[in-house]
Design a protein around this ligand. Structure first.
Ligand SMILES: Cc1cc2nc3c(=O)[nH]c(=O)nc-3n(C[C@H](O)[C@H](O)[C@H](O)COP(=O)(O)OP(=O)(O)OC[C@H]3O[C@@H](n4cnc5c(N)ncnc54)[C@H](O)[C@@H]3O)c2cc1C
Ligand code: HEM
Length: 509
């Protein structure tokens, strides 16, 4: 490592001319001479701090990552002074109270073991390293590249998204965790770590479509189909979507109209699907169709007659949200998932609990990230000569945010524990209702957190870059989790209806 030069404050104060201008941030000296004309904030703010300590002014207007990005202007440090501000390095957990799950901040927990801690540490590092690429892709609205998908595949993180199961059994996951150990706490960590990118569109496009659709093949695909496709999908070489919703029908799945007519050796499919996540980029579509006596699930490969058109949504086009049309598409019998006319069971049984669990984990993580952002911002932003945190109203908002996130996290952990200890039949019987209620609660919580976070950040909550970029993403996209995977109303209703079924006939006030 090259030893940085040491300067005194007096020495720095002599560099004040535009062509020879130094500033101090924390204990570091930056030479701004080559950067001043390119500075996005203009020449004047830098001139104002020429030769001076700009730490407080800097942190009032920039994220720390700016310093990492422009590290090349660093020329030395101050003699006899040590850093007062820690620059977060890739892989570091935050030390800010409530910025991490309590077990990861040193509190006791009955749920987590060494394997969970190792996995989180390994995954945090990978996610941090890929974060800049993810954020660039999301803000440009690009298709997540094959190379990027393959990087996730190499770390087995596409497989991890699908949840615990035999597809993980012979692999080693981040943190040196054998795939066989992967349980619903690891799974929760997976979805939470990816949500920290603040790129909900990109994450949906890269992993969302596959996570909700692949179980149809894993659990109901014929052996030859599984053998051929699963490795391609889990390595990131191919993409897949779940195509159920139609322009005519969303919540009411039984009313779909896409038709599959039985012909020799297969089916002829005609119809339209709407809102299909990853659809623009998908090679395969697990598709709900009407067959003679009910609904069936077919795996449809992209081919002539399959068209995908982008739907512009509030989140990034990197989600690949698509309108998908099937026109006289032939689908061989080998691509029937499960039993003809019993596709409804395939969809219901395979996906919904896990999809909802994923959306809950993402929601809690995005809200927790907002807590950290708001806490830091309130501590460093000065308005009317005081830090925001000195205003009781701001502390009150922060209190509400923290309490909401922590209570949702605790319920999520309880559900993860139940999922770990119940077989599939028991989960279907006992957990669909609570998971529905928790999803409803988590997205209502997100609504409140996004609202408070916007007020704490002010105008910066509405700009896509700079200080408020995570809050901007949250307030623009949190509604997605409230609609997809079962909307709030349907989730709340499901929870109560399931409870009514278990209501004892002899109970009275
Ligand atoms: C960005 C995005 C991505 C999506 N990705 C996919 C995907 O990959 N694959 C896929 O198949 N689908 C996908 N969907 C579809 C999603 O699952 C549906 O939007 C959702 O099921 C709701 O259907 P709908 O929008 O047609 O609303 P509708 O069913 O028309 O309902 C409209 C509103 O009325 C409420 N409502 C409906 N019925 C009741 C009731 N009985 N009681 C009280 N309130 C009710 C609902 O809560 C909703 O708020 C996606 C949607 C979006 C927006
Ligand atoms: C190492 C030194 C600096 C670097 C690398 C730097 C870089 C940047 C960058 C990249 C932005 C765009 C916004 C963002 O991405 O966050 C920005 C904005 C800005 N910078 Fe700097 N800057 C530096 C020092 C300073 C200093 C000392 C000041 C003095 C107060 C300053 C004032 C501003 C202002 C006012 C803006 C606009 C902020 C806004 O739009 O809200 N910068 N700077």
């Amino acid at each position: 490592m090259v030893e940085l030069k040491k300067f005194t404050r007096e020495e720095v104060s002599r560099h004040t001319a535009e062509e020879d201008i130094w500033i101090i941030i924390d204990n570091v000296v930056y030479d701004m001479s080559k950067f001043i004309d390119m500075h996005p904030g203009g020449v004047f703010p830098i001139l104002e701090y020429a030769g001076k300590d700009a730490t407080e002014a800097f942190y009032g207007m920039h994220r720390q990552e700016v310093l990492l990005k422009y590290n090349r202007y660093k020329i030395g440090t101050l003699e006899g002074e040590t850093a007062q501000i820690t620059i977060r390095q890739p892989g570091d957990n935050s030390k800010v109270p409530y910025a991490e799950m309590s077990a990861f901040l040193g509190y006791k927990s009955p749920y987590y073991n060494d394997s969970h801690f190792r996995y989180q540490a390994g995954l945090r590092k990978i996610c941090d390293e890929l974060k800049a690429e993810a954020q660039e892709c999301d803000s440009a609205g690009d298709r997540p590249s094959d190379e990027f998908a393959k990087k996730l595949g190499q770390h087995h993180l596409l497989a991890a998204h699908v949840g615990p199961g035999p597809w993980l059994h012979n692999i080693i996951l981040p943190g040196n965790v054998p795939g066989k150990e992967y349980d619903y706490f690891h799974d929760m960590i997976t979805h939470q770590e990816f949500a920290r990118w603040g790129t909900s569109g990109l994450v949906a496009g890269l992993t969302g479509g596959m996570t909700i659709s692949l179980p149809t093949i894993l659990n109901y695909g014929k052996p030859a189909l599984k053998e051929k496709l699963v490795p391609l999908l889990l390595s990131g070489e191919k993409r897949m979507s779940l195509a159920i919703t139609e322009p005519y029908t969303g919540s009411d799945v039984a009313s779909i109209r896409t038709n599959a007519k039985k012909v020799e050796g297969g089916y002829l499919v005609n119809g339209v699907k709407k809102w299909i996540t990853t659809g623009r980029f998908a090679n395969y579509f697990a598709t709900a169709v009407k067959t003679e006596k009910g609904i069936s699930m077919l795996l449809i490969e992209r081919q002539d007659g399959v068209e995908t058109k982008a739907i512009k949504t509030a989140y990034s086009p990197s989600a690949g949200t698509a309108y998908v049309t099937f026109e006289n598409v032939f689908v061989p019998d080998a691509n029937l998932l499960g039993v003809e006319d019993q596709g409804f069971r395939v969809v219901l049984s395979v996906n919904f609990n896990h999809e909802r669990f994923m959306l809950i984990a993402q929601s809690v993580s995005a809200a927790r990230n907002a807590v950290e952002e708001c806490f830091k911002w309130a501590m460093q932003r000065k308005v009317f000569g005081k830090r925001l945190i000195e205003q009781p109203v701001i502390r009150n908002k922060l209190a509400k945010m923290i309490a909401s996130v922590e209570s949702c996290q605790t319920w999520t952990e309880n559900i993860a524990y139940q999922m770990n200890h119940m077989n599939y039949a028991e989960q279907a019987d006992k957990l669909a209702g609570p998971i529905g209620l928790l999803k409803y609660h988590a997205t209502r919580m997100m609504h409140d957190v996004a609202d408070d976070a916007c007020q704490i950040f002010g105008g910066r909550a509405l700009t896509k870059t700079g200080m408020g970029k995570y809050i901007e993403d949250l307030q623009r996209t949190y509604k997605f989790n409230a609609i997809l995977g079962g909307s709030e109303e349907i989730m709340a209703d499901l929870g109560v209806r399931q409870a009514i079924k278990k209501f004892p006939a002899d109970a009275r006030l």
